[in-house]
Design a binder for this molecule. Sequence first.
Ligand code: NAP
Length: 280
Amino acid sequence: MKVLITGAAGQLGVELVQHCIEMGDDVVAADRSDVDITDAAAVDAFLAQHLPDAVINAAAYTAVDACETNVDIAQAVNGTAVGIVSAACEKFGAHLVHVSTDYVFDGTLDRPYLETDETNPQSVYGRTKLAGEIAAGSAASIARTSWVCGEYGDNMVKLILRLAAGDTPLAFVDDQRGHPSFTADLAPALRTLALERRAGTFHLTNGGAVSWFEFVGDILEAAGHQRGRVSPIATADLDPPRPAPRPANSVLDNAAWKAAGKEPLRDFRAPLTELVARLT
Ligand SMILES: NC(=O)c1ccc[n+]([C@@H]2O[C@H](COP(=O)([O-])OP(=O)(O)OC[C@H]3O[C@@H](n4cnc5c(N)ncnc54)[C@H](OP(=O)(O)O)[C@@H]3O)[C@@H](O)[C@H]2O)c1
């Protein structure tokens, strides 16, 4: 497969590039300096030049709180640009795999979210990512994931390993639940969607639902610290409150992936242990 990966210098992008190269793909790794996905002429020219079989779009404006004030940038990158990439994919015969998020939901459901559940984003980030899903079109694979961590880029695992080295008291919310998801496991699943050109929406996360408080406890334990170093707080007690609201329930049922006969991604504690071993 010849695969073009946008957002190739991002947390997920770096892992995707490495994995696809390992699998023997012909990889075109593109970050913003290679092609700005908001620039239709540049995207068109880039696809015309490389003629990939598939495009995995891992480019996004992911600063969730900053999106609340930088609405135009969020809409341009997370929404409009996906339509640009999708149109170029259609023109040049490439299958599009587009990465999306649990933030398209409002988090009020009392069970894990299915792909078919109604979306109702509560933040600018969530609304613009939903616009991107719509712009990707019905021929694309849309992969919603959550709480992404990996070796590259900033994430909760790296933050906790840094904080655990000092003696700062740790307090994390116990009323937002989700599935931590690791780029090492996401990359092969996204590549499969690209290779099999599977149209539709797929929830793709590691297994094991936890609150952020519980997840931090698991990270501490994996790194040999006492999990008792973290205490639980409520979202309402965050001071100052975060500008963008987060869903209380971010748990995504990977129903479509399982219905396609695919092996569910591992419980998150397995890739967590592997990542902590690599980072420490
Ligand atoms: N991180 C999470 O917890 C999480 C959760 C759910 C879903 N997701 C989704 O997963 C995907 C990957 O996220 P990530 O954590 O890997 O994010 P990331 O580390 O922020 O990577 C995003 C990449 O996109 C690039 N980019 C931004 N604007 C661009 C543009 N106009 N043209 C080309 N490239 C551009 C960024 O480059 P610059 O650095 O130059 O801006 C960055 O390299 C995204 O679709 C995100 O919405 C992430």
